[in-house]
Design a protein around this ligand. Structure first.
Ligand code: ADP
Length: 527
């Protein structure tokens, strides 16, 4: 009858536990990652732009240095050779003789060849007939100049290369293959033209000295011709390194350029670069970690709120079950429908048992609130462990045995601790309660206190699956939170552990050898 009453207390359909809404979390991650990706792109852009600007600044300073140390000295020696040659040309009289030209070729270092051009007749010196090897080559080299240029521009030409007021000199740079030469001339009043070919050795011989003296610490500079052939280099030319820039040597040396390599980064630049990268990485790491923390915090909060929701529905169910049983039993008794004394006793026993169950639950909930707010007061007293545990266990014997369990209580030793007796009893009862709830299949419950003061509550039930073991002491945690699961609030173990810890002990779980669960309470020093 009673059983019928109890079983008729149907468990209310529990709200199905809502699941974590992953799309929202995904959205949060996207919202976090999107601006981060944009920031990363912006950072890369700015670092690259900064690197380009820095390269330009470095090149500007390198170019100025190369111009000062190489470009100008090279131009100066060419200009000096030309100036000497112009002096020679200017010194020639109108009534010039061939001998004077020959003497100039022989005596002037800056003169390689000379020529005299006469209108309508062309070149009269050197003469093709009887010309030396050098003279024939000279005539052949400048054949177009003599036949076309001088004929067309027979009138004096004033160019920006002209120096001197008395006798304007015209200069032309001339290419024969890759070979560069210079030829300059002046006009006589009667239309004749006297000119000379500059002896390039006069200035080229000075180039190696200039290159050797230029001493760049971080740069290597090469003078190249049109075919990218290195004519002079300041040091060993670096392989596999792109030049940072080039400098034209025109107009003094047309078709020649200075190519510059930076073999060492400018001092301080690397530091600045790595500092920028380091700071950027740090900022992103902090942002990312912050975001991850926020998301995981949100997930934790959500889980906690879901647990609380499920806790409320579990607790109301746990409150309702004994209340219904009490109400039905009390009604049966008050209506006088139970006449047999034995049956009446059973109803009364149900009322008492369910009241105790309610008390335990309410105590647990109240304790939970107090412990959370650190308001739980402890009534400290010297307690003999064996006695306190035995008393708590025996108080549950009737209930446990009625549930079909074999209860073994073995409490030995005279270990004494400074404890709150009620709190210890509450923990032992909680553990026994759990065994009754979750280990009914084993029908065995042992409560022991060893001589060393180790308290254990073991059963032969299904035990606790490894994946739950780390969580069973968390508040609101339930291994099986499905609709069909045994009722529970998920508070028992967390409260029990808090109480034991407040009393200076530890509460741990271990699977029982041979199957089932063993909960162990241990306290430190004796008092
Ligand atoms: P509850 O109010 O759900 O019993 P507890 O904190 O007491 O909360 O227990 C947490 C979970 O641990 C329970 O939901 C149950 O699944 C599991 N558990 C506790 N004791 C045992 C046991 N002796 N055997 C098997 N499972 C247990």
């Amino acid at each position: 009858m009673i059983d019928k009453t109890q079983s008729s207390v149907g468990r209310p359909a529990r709200t199905v536990r809502p699941t974590l809404k992953l799309p929202r979390l995904g959205m949060a991650l996207v919202l976090l990652l999107l601006p981060m990706a944009l920031l990363i792109a912006a950072a890369v852009y700015f670092i690259r732009a900064d690197a380009a600007r820095t390269r330009e600044l470095v090149w500007n300073s390198d170019r100025a240095e190369v111009e000062n140390r190489l470009g100008r000295p090279l131009a100066a020696v060419v200009q000096a050779a030309k100036a000497r040659a112009e002096g020679v040309l200017r010194g020639l009289p109108e009534n010039l003789t061939t001998d004077q030209l020959i003497t100039s070729i022989q005596n002037e270092e800056c003169v390689r060849n000379m020529f005299l051009w006469v209108p309508k007749r062309g070149v009269v010196f050197p003469m093709v007939k009887g010309a030396t090897r050098e003279e024939s080559r000279f005539l052949a080299r400048y054949v177009t100049l003599f036949e076309e240029v001088l004929t067309k521009n027979a009138a004096p030409v004033v160019t920006n290369q002209v120096t001197g007021k008395a006798a304007p000199i015209v200069w032309r740079s001339w290419f024969e293959g890759a070979h560069l030469s210079f030829i300059g001339w002046r006009h006589f009043a009667d239309g004749r033209i006297v000119g000379l070919e500059l002896e390039t050795v006069a200035f080229l011989s000075e180039f190696p000295t200039i290159f050797a003296a230029s001493k760049f610490s971080d740069l290597v500079v090469s003078m190249r011709d049109d075919n990218a052939y290195d004519l002079f280099v300041t040091g060993s030319r670096p392989e596999n390194l792109a030049p940072v820039g080039t400098l034209s040597l025109a107009p003094e040396l047309p078709h020649r350029e200075l190519v510059v390599w930076r073999v060492r980064p400018m001092a301080g630049l690397n530091l600045r670069y790595y500092l920028a990268i380091g700071v950027t990485i740090l900022v992103f790491a902090v942002l990312f970690l912050g975001g991850v923390l926020l998301v995981s915090e949100a997930r934790r909060e959500r889980r906690a709120s879901l647990q609380k929701t499920s806790f409320v529905s579990n607790v109301s169910h746990e409150l309702k079950t004994p209340l219904t049983a009490i109400r039905l039993s009390a009604e049966m008794l008050s209506e006088g429908r139970v006449r047999e004394t034995a049956a009446r006793d059973r109803y009364l026993a149900t009322i008492v048992r369910e009241c105790e169950r309610l008390t335990r639950l309410v105590n647990n909930i109240l304790d939970f609130g107090r412990l959370e707010q650190n308001r739980r007061k402890f009534d400290w007293q010297s307690v003999r462990l064996a006695d306190a545990v035995k008393e708590a266990a025996e108080s549950q014997r009737a209930r446990v045995e009625e549930a079909g369990f074999e209860l073994v209580v073995s409490c030995v030793g005279d270990q004494t601790r400074l404890l709150d007796r009620d709190a210890l009893s509450q923990v032992v009862v909680n553990l026994m309660d759990n065994a009754v709830k979750y280990a009914a299949s084993g029908r065995y419950l042992a409560v022991t206190v060893s001589a060393s003061g180790c308290v254990q509550v073991s059963d032969k039930g299904p035990g606790i699956a490894p994946r739950h073991r780390a969580h069973i002491f968390e508040r609101f945690y339930r291994c099986d939170d499905s609709i069909t699961a045994t009722a529970g609030s998920g508070l028992g173990l967390s409260i029990s552990r808090r109480l034991i810890e407040e009393m200076g002990g530890t509460l741990t779980f271990a699977p029982r050898v041979g199957g089932g669960a063993t909960f162990t309470i241990q306290f430190g020093e004796t008092v």
